[in-house]
Design a protein around this ligand. Structure first.
Ligand code: GAR
Length: 207
């Protein structure tokens, strides 16, 4: 049986689109059961609707504070009974109501723990690094701080600006995301402290 995956996005949704494409193959092991967003009218959410995937919108401004928004987001996710939540270009920090209830992974356009936060590509360029990349990690209650599952390096080229570098990162990011979500769905995983392993074992934290 395929794993039930809810994808969270805030913008273009090119990573979400790559996952939806992969999930067309029943052997992939994951089914995208819903796409959630914090903002209406983005390209990503329109594309999900056009593909016939159920969507939900939980606008930040409709709630009195961050924890009320977080609880609403958690409840909307739960309606779809996911085995895994994938934050793929979701630009708000998910709090304890989501992270404590759902197994969730996030992609980040830098080699964590370098350059966490909302402007990772810009920050890496400003710092003058020659190598950056992308990370997929489990979410915890910190900012881009949870256990790392996989990383892929991307060299910075002379003359790169934020947009050119981010586009090259996104090419490898989509591959990494599709590969990782497929493996998590088919093989399961265990987490031992900061270390993630594919495959089901007998440890207490086995999922
Ligand atoms: C991706 O590069 C993702 O890593 C990044 O947003 C982009 C979304 O692209 N996420 C973050 O920066 C989260 N802090 P997409 O909408 O085309 O998939």
């Amino acid at each position: 049986m395929s794993a039930r995956v809810v994808v969270l996005i805030s913008g273009t949704g090119s990573n979400m689109a790559a996952l939806m494409e992969a999930a067309k193959d029943p052997a992939y092991g994951a089914e995208i059961v819903a796409v959630g967003t914090d903002r209406e009218g983005t390209r990503g959410v329109e594309a999900a609707r056009a593909a016939g995937v159920p969507t939900f919108v939980v606008p930040f401004r409709s709630y009195s504070d961050r924890s009320a928004w977080d609880r609403a987001m958690s409840d909307r996710i739960a309606e779809h009974e996911p085995d895994l939540v994938v934050s793929a270009g979701f630009m708000r920090i998910l709090g304890p109501a989501v992270v404590g209830r759902h197994q969730a992974v996030n992609i980040h356009p830098a080699l964590l723990p370098s350059f966490p936060g909302a402007h990772a590509v810009r920050d890496a360029l400003a710092h003058g690094v020659r190598i950056t990349g992308t990370t997929i990690h489990f979410l915890d209650e910190g900012v881009d701080s949870g256990p790392i599952i996989d990383q892929v390096a991307v060299p910075v080229e002379d003359g790169d600006d934020e947009s050119s570098l981010h586009e090259r990162i996104k090419v490898v990011e989509r591959r990494m995301l599709v590969d990782t979500v497929g493996r998590l769905s088919r093989e399961g995983w265990s987490i031992d402290g900061r270390h993630v392993r594919f495959g089901r074992t007998d440890t207490k934290e086995n999922r």
